[in-house]
Write a protein that binds this ligand. Structure first.
Ligand code: SAM
Length: 220
């Protein structure tokens, strides 16, 4: 057995422990837990932080950004109830880890990141794992991605001062969106649902995300 097999086993054990933590935090959807089992988080992180890859914590990925806490990402997935026919828009690709989880649950994922280098790295990790159903865009996600709209689910992984109107407009009938809204330090994670002619919304939890920068976000 070579050293790679040994380190694979080490990652596998760490990943199982992370899944157990996520389960203890109330995530019981088997498809979501399976996605966490199938996606090696360390491959989406800079090598310098590989040893922390399976902590249930936000991890720095450079450019002042972080890969979000896995149990919070699991809460996003469970709250949105992503199904196999769903087309999903993600704002804030970051490391691409959440994008890869989504790719296991949805039909197609469209993900926007404003930092080009992060998008390039995410593409490399997704290609390495041969994830086929993801399109990435470098740009301002506060205006959405109208070309592929409408979306069954929209995940915003950065904190907005208010809900960007373009994102609501790009939700399909019955579509759901999760977005942290509030101040720069602390926000409320809001769930929006498009129903009939309007939108309903409710607070899911309190959270603290990096700022959403852009036309309908914070000033750069
Ligand atoms: N879910 C990601 C992961 O698993 O690594 C973490 C996302 S990180 C918390 C938030 C990301 O949103 C950062 O990479 C940041 O550059 C990006 N971002 C901020 N404003 C943005 C905007 N207007 N459009 C697209 N991406 C944006």
């Amino acid at each position: 057995m070579g050293p790679d097999a040994l380190s694979d086993r080490r990652w596998e054990r760490a990943r199982r422990e992370l899944i157990e933590t996520i389960r203890e935090r109330g995530i019981d959807d088997l498809e979501i837990l399976r996605a966490f089992d199938l996606v090696p988080r360390h491959l989406f992180l800079p090598e310098a932080v590989h040893h922390r890859a399976y902590e249930d914590a936000p991890i720095p990925i450079g450019f002042g950004q972080t890969a979000s806490q896995p149990s919070l990402q699991a809460l996003y997935l469970q709250t949105l109830g992503i199904g196999p026919n769903d087309r999903v828009l993600e704002v804030g690709t970051g490391s691409g880890y959440q994008t890869a989880l989504l790719a296991h649950l949805a039909a197609h994922v469209y993900s926007i990141e404003r930092v080009r280098e992060l998008s390039v790295r995410a593409r490399a990790a997704l290609d390495r794992l041969r994830v086929p159903n993801v399109a990435l865009l470098v740009g301002d996600g506060t205006v959405g991605w109208s070309r592929y709209a409408p979306y069954d689910a929209i995940l915003v992984a950065a904190a907005a001062p208010q809900v960007p109107p373009a994102l609501l407009a790009q939700l399909a009938p019955g579509g759901r969106m999760l977005i942290p809204v509030g101040g720069r330090e602390e926000q409320r994670l809001l769930l929006y649902r498009r129903s009939g002619e309007g939108f309903e919304h409710e607070e899911v939890t309190r959270c603290a995300f990096v700022p959403l920068l852009g036309r309908f976000g914070w000033a750069e």
